[in-house]
Ligand binder design. Sequence first.
Ligand code: AMP
Length: 433
Amino acid sequence: MADYKTVRGMRDMLPGDAERLRQVENQARTVAKQYGYAEIVTPVVESHELLSAKAGEEVKSRMFVFKDLGGRDVALRPEFTASVARLVATALRNVARPLRLFSVGSVYRYDEPQKGRYREFWQTNYELIGSARPEADAETLLLTDRLMRDTGLKKFAFKVGHVGVLKGVLVAEGFSESVQAAALQLMDKKQYEEAFRLVKSAGSSSKGIDTLRSLVEQRGTEVQTTVARITEIVADYERSVQAARNLEEILNLVLKSGCTTELTVDAGFARGLEYYTGFIFEVYVPDLDIALGGGGRYDKLIELFGGDPTPAVGVAHGVDRIMLALQGQKTEKPQEMENTIMVVPIREKLKSEALRVAEQLRDQGVKVDLEIMGRKMARALEDADKKGFKYVILIGENELKEGSVVVKNLVKREQKTLEIEQVPDQIKDSKKP
Ligand code: AMP
C-alpha cells in the first residue's frame, strides 16, 4: 500500500488547528457584520481568463491552471477580487451603491512552501464598491485594525502608501502600462536598482530616475512630516502631488477615528497586484517579515470586466498567517473546553434508550458525546475522565422507568439521580475548573 502524503504545499488541519481557523473566520464574519458587509460565496474554480485579466505577472505565473473535462481553461482562484469584480459587473450591476461584500475561503497559489507560505491558504476578504472617497479607504484599514485586535493580536502595525505617487512620475515619463507595472513590481520586491535600470532603458529622464530614487527612500511613522517630504519631492508631478494629498487625507481620517496602531508611510511601497490605482496598505507583526493582510484601491478593475466605471477599495487577510502570529505572540485565547457531556448506557441492550436520551438532551440544547464503542461502563468512565469531561450521564433500566438518569460528576466524584428534564440545569457548568 502506498504511503500517502498530502501534495506539496497542501496541509491537513487537525482538530485544534481547524477550530482556530474557523474561530478567526467567525471573528472576520462578525467584523463584516459590524461594518455592514454582506457575505457572498463565489466558486473556487473560475475561468483562467477572468483570473488572469489583471492579476499581475507574479500571481498569474503561480496559478493552478488546468483544462476541465469539457476542455475549458480554468484555474483555482488565487484571490477573491476578480470574482467580486465579475459579480459587480454582472449580477450585482444594478444594485445600489455602495456595495459592501465579504468573502472567506481557500485560495491557491503555487508559491514556494515555507513558514507562512502555502499553496492552499485561507483569506478573509472585504470589498467596498462604489465610493471614491477617502472615508472608504479609511474604512478598509480600520476594519483590518479591528479584526487584528479581535483575534487577540497585540503587536501589529500598518505599512501604508499610494501607488499614485510612483505612478504619477512614471506616467509623466510617458511609460506604457506594462512598463509601469513591471517597474512597480520590481519596487514591490524592493529590487529598486533593477527598477531604475528598467525605467532608464525604457527612456526615463534623469530627473525621473532621481525623483524615483529619492521617493523610495522616504518612509516614516510621522504621518504629516513624511507625506510633506514626499509632496516636496514630487512637486513637479501634478498627479503624484494629488496622490500624496489623497494619502494624507485618508491617513488623517484614520488618525482622527481614534486608531492608535502605528502607521509607517512608505513611498517606495507598491503591492504585487497590478490592479491597484490608489491607497495601498499591509499589516505586519514584528516577528514575521511577511504581511498578515493587504489591500488597496482599484478604480479601474470593474470596467475591465465589462461593468460601469466604478471606484472600489478592498482588503484581504491571510487567516493562516494570523494564526501563526497568534502562536508567536502567545496571545492565543485559551481553547474553551467544549461544553459537552458523555452519555453512557450501562448495559449493551440499553443502547437505543441511550440514543433517545441523547437526542432528548440535544433538543434541550446540551452537547452530547455518546458512548458508541460498546465499552463496559468502567472503561467508558475512564475514557471520559481522560478526555476531560466533567459530567457523564449513565442510562440504567431502573432510573429510566422513572424518567430519570444518573448524573455523575467526575470532578467531585459524586452522583445524583435526576429527571432528564433537570439535567440541562444541573450540568450548566460542564467545563472542568
Ligand atoms: P495579497 O492579495 O497577495 O496581498 O494576499 C493577501 C494576504 O494573503 C497576504 O497579506 C497574506 O496574509 C496572505 N497570503 C498571500 N500569499 C500567501 C501564501 N502563499 N500562504 C499563506 N498566506 C498567504
